[in-house]
Design a protein around this ligand. Structure first.
Ligand code: GRG
Length: 294
């Protein structure tokens, strides 16, 4: 196993242990709800967003310990969005992270409420990030909200729903991806950087890195939906074409999509160039994501 893979595994384990501590126990009343909240969180998942948050903190002299509440909060927001995205009234999917989706396991009503519970917990958890000279609790809370609000994650989902069955331009698709995917990735990096008390210049570099990495990540997600199996992905493959969703491969073709992912990754890396030595780990993660197959 490569050094990077060992690092990613160790970070995943650390995030999982922290999530276990931060989230209400399964036995907390009402137990059904708390089981349903833990079900999608511990079904698996690459933990990409928390890993980026921790790596951003460590790159700029911060600690994983201080960044961990923010890291867990972004993973919890991401997971709530998956729970709601899989509902029958949205994408209607029965498999996520290789396990039955939350509404399949617990019923639709409890799945909606489990998503609500996760969303609410995320804000209580991010507020536990230690304050530093430049960033106070309100900055972390607003930072999280601004990654997932009605202009970003939720608005992107609405644009996505409205785009089904329509032929979108590349620019319209990029706008959806920016809101639905890239904003939370950029927010994860920003929160990690903030926990390390970074300067405005470094925060801006992390934001540009995150936005372009997020766009590249979504283009690759679209490619994998076409090229990989359900088993490999742990979620239903070929779903985008089945619901006639605008995707990069559908608009520009598979080969041009691969080139676009490379171009966006290069653009992301260029933002970190002035901090290349410190940001070596972020650079490695960006290359790893470009080559991923699930
Ligand atoms: C319902 C408010 C609301 C938003 C839904 C996240 C989302 C928006 C929809 C899920 C479908 C999708 C393709 C989202 C784009 C982001 C993305 C690629 C999610 C999958 O992220 P991974 O690959 O998943 O990091 P794991 O399971 O590894 O965490």
């Amino acid at each position: 196993m490569s050094e990077l893979k060992r690092y990613l595994k160790a970070q995943q384990r650390a995030v999982d242990a922290a999530l276990r501590r931060f989230l209400p126990r399964e036995s907390a009343r009402p137990a059904t709800l708390h089981k349903a909240m833990r079900h999608p969180i511990f079904a698996g998942g690459k933990r990409l967003r928390p890993i980026l948050c921790l790596a951003a903190a460590e790159a700029f002299g911060g600690s994983a310990e201080n960044a961990m509440p923010a890291a867990c909060a972004v993973e919890i927001i991401h997971t709530y969005s998956l729970v709601h995205d899989d509902l029958p009234c949205m994408d209607n999917d029965d498999l996520r992270r290789g396990k039955p989706t939350t509404h399949v396991a617990y019923g639709e009503n409890v799945a909606v409420l489990a998503g609500d519970g996760l969303l609410t917990e995320a804000f209580a958890i991010v507020a536990q990030t230690p304050e530093c000279r430049n960033y106070k609790t309100r900055h972390y809370v607003v930072g999280l909200a601004q990654s997932a609000d009605s202009r970003r994650l939720i608005g992107g989902q609405v644009l996505d729903l409205e785009g089904e069955g329509k032929s979108l331009t590349k620019a319209q698709l990029v706008r959806i991806h920016e809101a639905k995917t890239a904003a939370l990735l950029a927010g994860s990096l920003r929160l990690g950087g903030m926990s390390a008390n970074v300067s405005p210049r470094k925060l801006e570099a992390l934001t540009i890195f995150g936005r372009n990495l997020g766009l590249a990540f979504q283009v690759i997600d679209d490619i994998l939906d076409v090229t990989q199996s359900t088993e490999q992905l742990g979620k239903t493959a070929g779903k985008d074409a089945a619901v006639d969703k605008a995707t990069f491969p559908a608009i520009v073709g598979l080969e041009a999509s691969k080139k676009e992912a490379q171009r966006l990754t290069d653009k992301a890396l260029a933002a970190l160039k002035p901090f290349a030595r410190q940001a070596r780990r972020l650079d490695e993660i960006a290359h790893y994501l470009l080559d991923r197959d699930y």
